[in-house]
Design a protein around this ligand. Structure first.
Ligand SMILES: [Zn+2]
Length: 189
């Protein structure tokens, strides 16, 4: 974000967004859902030959609206790759429905509104009339729900990638946490 935004009176908005991130990160269920969600997006992007990386957690600033939002962690791709996929709505839909569907299949539920931004992205970037695009979205969502429910290997792939995502984004390194700072070690130090 531009450095001038760090100056008052914007400061309160940033602090609020940072608090929101802290609240979110202290909730293991939310973190897990997000990890599955973003990893599922990543796997689909990669299947279409799109390179991905992870970012977050960050507070980001939207210049047109001058709003600060908290992003807990997300998969990112190059704009050019995204637009290339958007030229083929079926492909972009598949990538974008995958997050919510992974939560439904792997956790058994999803929080309301989880897929809202995915759907609005789809309607903004995919080429086509809104009514047709909504149909593509609905069809793709149903097909991927059936596919992932029946595909244990793909479920495993998401879980595996989600663990890497959690480690990268939230710094959750279980191997370290489990072997250090036990009471005995602290006492011996
Ligand atoms: Zn998503």
């Amino acid at each position: 974000m531009p450095s001038h935004k760090l100056l008052p009176p914007k400061f309160a908005a940033i602090v609020e967004a940072e608090k929101e991130i802290t609240r979110f990160l202290s909730d293991p269920c939310g973190r897990l859902a997000l990890s599955y969600h973003e990893s599922a997006h990543a796997i689909q992007f990669r299947r279409f030959g799109v390179e991905t990386k992870y970012s977050g957690p960050v507070v980001s600033h939207d210049c047109p609206t001058d709003k600060f939002t908290a992003c807990y962690g997300a998969v990112q791709v190059r704009d050019a790759d995204y637009l290339r996929l958007a030229a083929e709505p079926e492909k972009l839909a598949r990538v974008l429905v995958a997050g919510e569907i992974a939560e439904i299949v792997l956790i058994g539920k999803t929080d309301e509104g989880t897929a809202d931004s995915d759907l609005s992205d789809f309607l903004i970037f995919a080429k086509g009339r809104p009514s047709e695009l909504l149909l593509v979205w609905k069809r793709t969502r149903e097909a991927y729900l059936r596919e992932l429910s029946a595909d244990l290997n793909q479920q495993r792939e998401i879980v595996h990638l989600a663990a890497l995502f959690e480690e990268e984004i939230f710094g959750t390194d279980r191997s370290v946490r489990e072997t250090s700072n036990t009471p005995a070690e602290i006492a011996a130090a």
